[in-house]
Design a protein around this ligand. Structure first.
Ligand code: ATP
Length: 355
């Protein structure tokens, strides 16, 4: 397996810049997930690592060796695509063994590599079938099997589960995680699904507009998002935000909203009284309590089975609450809520996190 170093990578398509200088060091055996909204450049970055796209400037190193000018086949990296990219006229076994046959690997070695991968992926009964006789999930498994038999230095996944239905996605997600536990292979996984990112990653790379916004463990990004973009992107339902003016008097701080409402804030170093700021709180951190400090009118209740998403308004400002308390299925027209100070996130006028 391999470490991968990405240094000051820029990419433009013609005059159109897509990546604005990406730096990333991926450790041997690490599972990295690139997340971000459509068009943020995550697939382009992955394709450059694979050698499928030229680098405009900057360097990519695999195990310390600069690979910018190496052809994809010489990088010893396997890529798993959303579209599976299987050969339709070949059996599952032949699809899986194709790269080894090209390399003229000995027959016994091929048989044992295919057998091992098939056993890991539950493909044994399907080895003689053609891809068209497989379900989407089975095809995706074959695509992974084909990658595994090559024993590459690293695996690159480009939204591999996005063609599957929700249940199968969940199942395959767990299988990929288990597989990574078994193989301990350096992996880079692109998705716009933040649940996949949270559950699979050792570290998440959150991207927006061709710029890396934050790199860290899933819980670091969830608990301490570096900026408003990451705070809003990670988590579902998403974090609630309030924009206003940050006012300090003595030990107390509050956020004065446009309509005159004040929300309790907390003291933050680096933010002057009177400055513009945004307060954030996750839906599961809003507390519904009879003696809560704020009154909220109830707009909508969404029972998810697991919990309840309440859509409320505090003086016309919309807010989502997530609760497990089924007594809140019929809350009446208003509830009282608290925003606990230790659960508040504060961001400056540029959207940067303040502590
Ligand atoms: P998605 O989640 O939709 O796949 P992404 O984050 O993977 O998005 P990329 O596919 O990397 O985004 O694309 C980044 C930007 O580069 C987009 O604006 C896209 O239109 C542009 N782009 C990608 N490939 C090319 C190309 N071959 N020629 C011109 N522009 C391109």
């Amino acid at each position: 397996m391999a470490s991968i170093d990405i240094q000051s990578i820029r990419k433009s398509f013609g005059a159109f810049p897509v990546l604005h200088g990406v730096d990333l060091s991926i450790r041997d055996g690490e599972f990295i997930v690139l997340v971000g909204p459509s068009g943020c450049g995550k697939s382009t970055l992955l394709r450059m690592i694979a050698g499928l796209e030229d680098v405009t400037s900057g360097d990519i190193r695999i195990d310390g060796k600069r690979v910018n000018d190496l052809a994809p086949k010489d990088r010893d990296i396997a890529m798993v695509f959303q579209s599976y990219a299987l050969y339709p006229h070949m059996s599952v076994a032949d699809n899986m063994s194709y790269s080894l046959r090209l390399r003229r690997t000995a027959k016994e070695k091929i048989a044992s590599a295919v057998g091992g991968a098939a056993a890991k992926l539950g493909l044994d009964p399907l080895l003689e079938r053609r891809p068209k006789a497989l379900s989407g999930g089975q095809r995706q498994r074959v695509a992974m099997g084909r990658a595994i038999v090559r024993q590459p230095k690293a695996f690159l996944f480009d939204e591999p589960l996005s063609n599957l239905d929700a249940r199968l996605r969940e199942q395959m997600r767990a299988e990929i995680k288990k597989l990574h536990g078994d193989l301990n292979a350096t992996s880079i996984y692109v998705t716009h699904d933040q649940i996949e990112a949270m559950t699979l990653a050792d570290r998440i790379v959150a991207m927006h507009g061709g710029v890396v916004q934050q790199v860290g463990s899933p819980l670091e990004l969830y608990d301490r998002p570096a900026n408003l973009f990451v705070a809003g992107f990670i988590g579902s339902p998403g974090m609630n935000f309030f924009e206003g003016r940050y006012l300090v008097s003595g030990d107390r701080a509050e956020l004065q909203l446009a309509g005159g409402t004040a929300l309790p804030a907390r003291r933050a170093a680096g933010l002057e009284s009177g400055a513009k700021a945004t307060l954030g709180i996750r839906p599961e951190h809003v507390v519904v309590a009879e003696n809560g400090a704020l009154e909220a009118s109830v707009d909508l209740i969404e029972p998810t089975g697991f919990g309840i998403i309440m859509h409320v308004r505090v003086h016309d400002i919309p807010l989502k609450i997530f609760t497990l308390d089924r007594a809140l299925l019929n809350p009446g027209p208003t509830v009282r809520i608290d925003l606990p100070a230790d659960k508040l996130h504060l961001f400056d006028a540029e959207g940067r996190r303040l502590d």
